[in-house]
Design a protein around this ligand. Sequence first.
Ligand SMILES: [Zn+2]
Length: 284
Amino acid sequence: MNQQTIKKSAHISGIGLHTGKTVDLTLRPAPENTGLVFRRTDFDPIVIIPATTQQVSDTRLNTCLSHAGASVATVEHLLSALSGLWIDNVFIDLNSAEPPVLDGSALPFVKLIQSVGVLEQAAQKQFIQIKKKIRVQEDDKFIELLPYQGFKMAMSIDFQHPVIMQTQQSLSIELSPTAYTEQLSYARTFGFLAEYEQLKQHHLGLGASLENTLVLDDMTILNEGGLRDNAEFVKHKLLDAIGDLSLLGHHLMGEFIGHKSGHTLNHQLRLALLNDTSAWDFVS
Ligand SMILES: [Zn+2]
């Protein structure tokens, strides 16, 4: 299997979930072995921020990358779409500190990539193959990576909320671009009204609305159309985890099992994996 980029540039604009600011984003084809690379074009000179674990600067509400005084927040949905479609190399130009949230899922990015097409490159793709179990844990949350011939992900959540309790809270999926597109990409981000008020006080969530976030009060879901499917909450957690895992710089060959994991634990997992070189190998 070879590395992939996109056939030509693709542009999209919208507002950032936390900044609330309008942003123009352009995906551009990149040479082999470039990886996924953000470019803050509103800086002079342009600041380049590779989408790697080394650049992670904040994981509290989203995954934020920083370099040389510039940052990009909430990278996980765009990176999830690129990784989910097995794109290895792309430049991501943007003129603000956050990609557009669009509908709160990865589907608009998937459609954008599909609109220009995927290009196979000459260099072989390098996978990180898991050779032994890696586990990270915090309170009752955990993630494990296990050896597996393929890439399988399982996720479970455990919300004691009347709406979420009625949905499917665990899911296991064998990942491929088709499975990602058809089963995960459309799952939207979600939040609780009580937390939203706190976010606003901290000047965060300024772009959040019912257009881009599933919002729950104590008893119900406020979005008129309801859920896109009965597993949308757990699917969004998987979508986020795929975006966060892409910061390893390579696709995984292994099995991911997550329970209540979020951006911080996903980061701990990447660090634990990268620090234990006996646990994995590169394979083509
Ligand atoms: Zn998310």
